[in-house]
Design a protein around this ligand. Sequence first.
Ligand code: C2E
Ligand code: MG
Ligand code: MG
Ligand code: MG
Length: 279
Amino acid sequence: QAKAKGRGAYQLFEPEMEEEARRRHALEHDLRGALEASEFHLVFQPQVRLDTTELTGFEALLRWKHPARGLVSPAEFIPLAEENGLIVPIGEWVLRTACATAAPWADLTVAVNLSPVQFRSRGLVTMVTSALAEAGLPPRRLELEVTETALLDDSEATIEILHQLRALGVRVSLDDFGVGYSSLSYLRKFPFDRIKIDRSFVGTLGESPESVAIVRTIASLGSVLGVETTAEGVETIEQLDFVRACGCTAVQGYYFGKPCPAAEVGRAIETLNAVRRVA
Ligand code: C2E
Ligand code: MG
Ligand code: MG
Ligand code: MG
């Protein structure tokens, strides 16, 4: 019976899986020329501290505008770029572009995501040092976001690189906290400056007492460890009030702003300063 059902299922899914594999293959191919063809750009999403409702900076997020397919999600193309190693030159472009873009933003910070693959490539610390110098960005204004997958394998070497980056004066955040296996143990391995609570918890605060307990626990952990805690994916005023009550120290999400192109950052800064005056 299972076999008969299985056959039917195969007949249903096979074309879709083939289609999916073809798409991946095509994207992987097109990714190779994307940097040179200037198909990448960055968008910037506001980060706000909760005690003063003050804008502290922006996270730089990568966008790929495929000439035929339009915008491709980073959730789709970053894993491909990690598999074929292209994330190393692409990540360097992201870092250099983000630092140069952020340099004129008075004292605001810029947060840049680093892939685990970049940690395994040679010369990450030298590259970060040169990106800062070239842009004239003080190291304190750069925050590097790593996920725990960066720490999973090769963790000794990775931790050493994180220490070297922090010695430059750069801040280091632990991104997507709470969704991995052993998020907690990473807090002992490295003195992160910030924990970013994954938006899957924030999005379910209204209906899930478990999510409330988890966000509250992470926030108090941060407070004990002297680490900032950012709630990701805050979309509504209810979620904002919730994460504030839970003790988070900062937020990022559509409520304060969607990611916007560099040209619109000035307007986002003005809007957020106005919000702050009335809040
Ligand atoms: P992330 O670093 O956790 O970035 C936050 C993601 O959540 C972004 O998705 C952002 O647009 C989305 N987001 C923020 N606020 C809200 C909200 O209120 N509601 C909802 N529904 N979503 C929200 P995005 O830009 O699609 O990026 C996805 C992931 O791709 C990032 O997650 C990051 O892991 C990766 N990524 C993006 N840019 C880069 C990059 O330059 N380098 C590397 N290595 N990874 C990147
Ligand atoms: Mg991030
Ligand atoms: Mg995140
Ligand atoms: Mg993420």
